[in-house]
Write a protein that binds this ligand. Structure first.
Ligand SMILES: [Zn+2]
Length: 445
């Protein structure tokens, strides 16, 4: 699968992450169903916005985009998005793009304009518009658009290679096509075919990429190869914030970092952004984010509670029936075009019913671990509970307390240091002074 990646000129916003999370869910579900997934996500590190950003900061383009590439990887890690197999950067594949454009020139699909830029002649590709259902006869013959992004009303010959202009500064490549730089659309055709072949299975992106970006990718690739480019296109719908289109000028524009700075749990953000079906518009609200946090906590607490079951009970087959029902419901819903809403509803029904059995002490230790195993299996798809979540959070808490005690000791604040020591003792944590400093371990129970 090929998924259009970020343009690395700024931090990615929650609308971008809605797309990346839907793609993550798709990929995880395909893997769950036994498919071997090869996932390619491009990084657009050359376009009008990246050039402008690097000029404003007066740093080389690569240095400017490196910063946001690094930030992007930090963000997807925080959101527990599985990394792609490859992240090709557009500027590393200019020669592949040049080859593709040369093929289109040879086939007389592309032409050079007076200023040296190369355009795609839309009228030469009869299937133009098949994805976005735009009608080709509405296009003005010979009219051109040189920007990378434009509306349906402006549909016309689009740019493959932009001849160098003064605004580009020191960003250009000297190639057989002349001095200049590639357009945005050609990068995805060149890089997807490089890694996935001339025809591949799945291509995803936000619905706003359908036209012109994906339409142009099809036109470029299919005209060059004479083969079908992609078998399945999946597009996620828009994200709104508190019912409005997200826009900087409306003050409702959020990057992941904005939300983390407000103290929100990244996994709650993950849960919220992926819990609405991808083909539905999604309305982001802070109220929704709070409920997402409760939902995530409910699942984590449930898993903790299962760990604590110490035997005795017996559900008389009820647990087996409930787990079979959940597996069938969850799987059936996800197979139905990733119906995550129904899948999650079946999960929470299950949690409620098992909790009732736990309340009445009707679950054996082996039943609890069976349920725990199923939860971990489903979490490979959802990515919200985490395998060692319980341990990790605790370890971080203890480390912080030990450090606080050390600081108190250094400040000769013996009272506070002793208090922390007894708090830790109450948690079953034993401190020992070693040559390397203070160590801690859990008391053997
Ligand atoms: Zn793309």
């Amino acid at each position: 699968m090929y998924t259009c990646g970020p343009t690395v000129y700024d931090y990615a916003h929650i609308g971008n992450f809605r797309a990346f999370l839907f793609e993550d869910l798709l990929k995880r579900w395909l893997m769950r169903r036994g498919f071997k997934v090869m996932h390619v996500m491009n990084l657009t590190d050359i376009d009008d916005k990246t050039i402008k950003g690097s000029q404003n900061q007066q740093v080389p383009l690569r240095q400017f985009t490196d910063f946001y590439v690094k930030a992007f990887f930090e963000d997807i890690k925080a959101l527990n998005i599985l990394p792609a197999d490859v992240y090709p950067r557009a500027t590393d594949f200019v020669s592949e793009m040049v080859t593709l454009i040369k093929t289109l020139l040879t086939k007389d699909i592309a032409y050079k304009s007076e200023d040296g830029s190369i355009y795609y002649a839309v009228c030469k590709f009869p299937n133009y518009g098949k994805l976005s259902k735009i009608k080709v006869n509405e296009l003005k013959a010979g009219a051109r658009v040189s920007q990378d992004e434009y509306d349906k009303e402006e549909a016309q010959d689009f740019v493959l290679w932009k001849a160098w202009t003064r605004e580009d500064g020191d960003v250009f490549w000297e190639t057989e096509l002349g001095k200049g730089r590639p357009g945005w659309h050609i990068e995805c055709s060149a890089m997807s075919m490089k890694y996935l072949g001339e025809t591949f299975d799945i291509h995803c992106g936000g619905v706003d990429n359908m036209f012109p970006h994906h339409e142009n990718e099809i036109a470029q690739s299919e005209a060059a190869t004479g083969k079908k480019f992609v078998d399945y296109w999946l597009h996620n719908e828009h994200l709104l914030v508190e019912g409005k289109k997200m826009a900087k000028r409306l003050g409702n524009f959020y990057t992941l970092r904005d939300l983390l700075a407000k103290g929100y749990d990244p996994i709650a953000i993950r849960y919220l952004l992926m819990s609405t079906h991808y083909r539905q518009q999604f309305n982001f609200t802070f109220e929704g984010l709070d409920s997402a946090k409760s939902a995530v906590d409910r699942l984590r607490n449930f898993v903790r509670r299962l760990h604590d079951v110490d035997g005795g009970g017996d559900s008389k087959g009820k647990v087996a029936t409930l787990t079979a029902k959940l597996e069938a419901c969850f799987g059936g819903s996800m197979d139905e075009d990733l119906d995550i809403g129904t899948a999650l509803a079946s999960l929470f029904d299950f949690v409620r019913e098992i909790n009732n059995l736990l309340d009445s002490k009707m679950i054996s230790k082996s039943e609890a671990s069976e349920v725990g195993g199923l939860m971990m299996m489903l979490d490979e798809v959802l990515g919200i509970i985490g395998k060692v979540e319980v341990e990790e959070a605790l370890t971080a808490d203890i480390d912080a307390m030990v450090q606080k005690r050390e600081a108190a000791r250094k400040a000769k604040n013996w009272k506070e240091a002793d208090e922390i020591r007894s708090q830790l003792k109450a948690m079953g944590i034993v401190l020992e002074d070693t040559a390397q400093g203070v160590r801690w371990h859990k008391e053997k129970s």
